[in-house]
Design a protein around this ligand. Structure first.
Ligand code: MD3
Ligand code: FE
Length: 202
């Protein structure tokens, strides 16, 4: 396993997961999920997304992968990152600056996946990335700094937190699939992943 992978299983209690989900459900009413698409081909992602914070991640055929300050559909500013998430970030990472983006990925069913990739759209690779899983479990794959080479798989369950710092920050990773129906947290099943990130260089 690449250095810098930190796994905190069952970090959030069931009650904390429910509270966080309740807050997210409210936020999604005015800061909705949208379907990003691949640069150049325009092929839609199988994962729906939205963001909170000063910087939100978007992707479309014409503009490619990027961060921007407003929602691509509503054109409004992203809502702020919930306080609870900012405290988790400070408690677990100890990083001296707060995250600028909370990217929300929604995996609706077993067909939703995220192919092996690196997160390279940020300007600051010194800051860690923190990931929170809610709802159905997922098979997370983590490799190294080259696309080829060995990978290790970890099942991420609801309430688990993963921190990718150091070398792991730039590692290849992806979600093979979720285990649809493995959690009762989301009423229609599926999985939500929240990633907290720094985007700009401070
Ligand atoms: C390793 N999300 O949003 S979270 C992503 O579960 C992303 O939705 C996956 O990959 C998900 O970009 C995996 C764990 C994660 C997040 C960011 C990373 C692992 C990472 C950045 C660098 C290395
Ligand atoms: Fe990623």
């Amino acid at each position: 396993m690449i250095p810098g992978f930190e796994y905190h299983p069952e970090y959030l209690s069931r009650k904390e997961q429910e509270n966080l989900l309740g807050e997210i459900r409210e936020m999604i009413k005015t800061n909705p999920l949208f379907q990003p698409s691949m640069p150049k081909t325009g092929k839609p992602f199988s994962v729906a997304m939205t963001s909170f914070g000063s910087h939100g991640w978007v992707s479309d055929k014409a503009g490619g992968y990027r961060y921007q300050s407003s929602h691509p559909v509503t054109k409004r500013s992203w809502l702020p990152i919930p306080e609870k998430l900012l405290s988790i970030w400070s408690d677990l990472t100890g990083y001296p600056e707060l995250p600028e983006c909370c990217l929300l990925n929604y995996y609706k069913d077993e067909k939703a996946k995220m192919g092996l990739h690196r997160d390279q759209d940020e300007q600051d690779f010194n800051a860690p990335v923190l990931s929170i899983s809610l709802g159905d479990s997922a098979l997370f794959r983590l490799g190294g700094l080259k696309r080829k080479g060995p990978t290790t798989s970890t099942k991420l369950n609801s309430g688990d937190i993963v921190i990718l710092g150091g070398e792991a920050r730039n590692a290849y990773h992806g979600i093979d699939h979720i285990l649809y129906g493995s959690s009762q947290l989301l009423k229609n099943g599926g999985r939500i992943n929240l990633t907290l990130r720094r985007v700009t260089r401070s």
